[in-house]
Design a binder for this molecule. Structure first.
Ligand code: G3P
Ligand code: MG
Length: 240
């Protein structure tokens, strides 16, 4: 569960732009700098193992090629994702626990694997990580629905790059506690309306501290940041 209030600054993709994305090194860096929360992306390998990676294909962030969903564990964990293999979800959660970091687990299924990805993540959480500080999020309504059914007591946020007409009803149906919104969607009126609906708002992805100050001023609860060093010492002061 989240001990209220949760941290406001989330290091995006582990170490933001200061480390290879979605790596254990990035998470360590965020912790070392004083961050109390990190966000990372989780997808299934071809063997069905939840791993940290953003893209459906390997080219951009590893020395491999092809689809993550068709690469088995033996091949995937032999790759270089920036000085280390792509981390397993379990390794990342364990490391966050060691550092006392809140982990925002973005369930990022490859297309067609929405249900399966959320099921596998939920199964690992139920087996080992139920007591860990975890906040789940996803762009996928299906994934959120599966998480709601499988691990209902752990908080979920709905990621949106655009606001669909049915967002209010869907947020209620999915039982999310927050909307994680593209910066371009965030307005004072929307943040107020969300507050009235009991929804926190967090915004992705920030490059400048001045913008964070503005967003907190209009009631935004949290921000996902890329250049981690530019948000110091604010992120360091982000202590409850
Ligand atoms: O969870 C916030 C942010 O990570 C969503 O966008 O593409 O960086 O995963 P993306
Ligand atoms: Mg993400």
């Amino acid at each position: 569960m989240l001990a209220p209030p949760p941290p406001r600054y989330f290091a995006h993709r582990g170490g933001g732009t200061l480390a290879p994305e979605n790596t254990l090194a990035g998470i360590r860096l965020a912790a070392r700098l004083g961050y109390r929360a990190v966000e990372f992306d989780v997808m299934l390998s071809g063997s069905g193992t939840p791993v940290l990676i953003h893209d459906e294909t390997l080219e951009r962030t590893t020395n491999g090629s092809g689809a993550v969903a068709t690469t088995d564990d033996a091949a995937l964990f032999a790759l270089d994702a920036g000085g280390e293999p792509p981390p397993r979800f379990a390794q990342a959660v364990r490391l966050c626990g060691e550092f006392g970091l809140l982990a925002n687990v973005e369930v990022k299924p490859a297309s067609g694997f929405e249900r399966q990805t959320a099921q596998r993540v939920a199964a690992e959480v139920r087996a080992d990580w139920l007591a860990s500080p975890l906040l789940f999020s996803s762009f996928s309504r299906t994934a959120l629905q599966v998480l709601q059914a499988e691990i209902p007591d752990l908080p979920r946020a709905w990621l949106l790059a655009a606001l669909p007409d049915d967002w209010r009803a869907e947020a209620r149906r999915l039982g999310v506690v927050a909307l994680h919104l593209d910066l371009a969607l965030v307005t004072p009126a929307l943040v107020r309306e969300c507050a009235g609906l009991g929804l926190a708002v967090r915004a992705y992805t920030l490059q400048t501290p001045a913008l964070a100050d503005y967003l907190f001023g209009i009631g935004v609860a949290g921000v996902f940041v890329d250049p981690l060093d530019r948000f110091l010492p604010q992120a360091l002061a982000d202590r409850s």
